[in-house]
Design a binder for this molecule. Sequence first.
Ligand SMILES: C[S@@+](CC[C@H](N)C(=O)[O-])C[C@H]1O[C@@H](n2cnc3c(N)ncnc32)[C@H](O)[C@@H]1O
Length: 262
Amino acid sequence: MREFTPEYLEHTRRGMWESTAALDPLELDSRARVLDVGCGTGELSRVLAAESPGDVIGVDADTALLGVAREATGLPTVAGDATRLPFRADAADLVVCQALLINLPDPTAAVREFARVSSDLVAAIEPDNAAVEVSSTVDAEERLEREVREAYLAGVETDVAMGERVGDLFEAAGLDVIARRTYHHEKLVEPPYSEPAMESAAKKASGAGIAEHERELRAAGADYDDLRAAWREMGRDVVRAMGEERYRRREVVPFEVTVGRV
Ligand SMILES: C[S@@+](CC[C@H](N)C(=O)[O-])C[C@H]1O[C@@H](n2cnc3c(N)ncnc32)[C@H](O)[C@@H]1O
């Protein structure tokens, strides 16, 4: 199972659901019991709880992340595998996940399990990592990010660019797809820089960030050592430009929101 740090999840989800319009088809205002499967640190659970009068429960296979989610959201959590949920049939009227299916070797098995546990709606909010767009005032950043992303996509074992194919998984699990939305999560880095933005730049300069993907990059046949050296040099340029307050970066990650009825 791919592991995620609380810092990574908090950083990548910051500000994601400031506008919740794309979540309208989840009918949150009429839900009685919602399961957020693969909840991580509870970034989505918090939004679900704010938008729904019902109970929200976070479920994840990583008990350390569940501890962070409980502490951060005050919501109940349950340890469990997405493909064998520790809930009876029809235990919830919405089972939802965010950025979970792209990390599973058998995402269809998970969607089938969601359909078993939900009496009404199932929803997935999954990024299309092949369609991420980056622009930056540091010349090499855009090119290197594209190169690393393409190699990562070629070397990773799960379908991290599932995008619109989530609907096919729903249909394979016997769900009627009732809505699809694309939500663009825009992340801006500009002065004054936040603490997490500075930490992220430092991670580029040290090579710690790219090292997390070493296995996938090597599997894709990339020259990892060359790539890492170029990446670190780019990171040092980013840190320098931040020191002079002349660094700007914009990233847009498209998320497909798919909603099905059992
Ligand atoms: C990319 S994170 C997404 C976390 C959260 N949904 C969010 O969007 O911030 C994927 C999460 O799925 C969890 N996960 C991975 N495989 C799982 C499985 N088989 N069953 C339950 N959770 C799983 C990981 O522990 C991690 O918390």
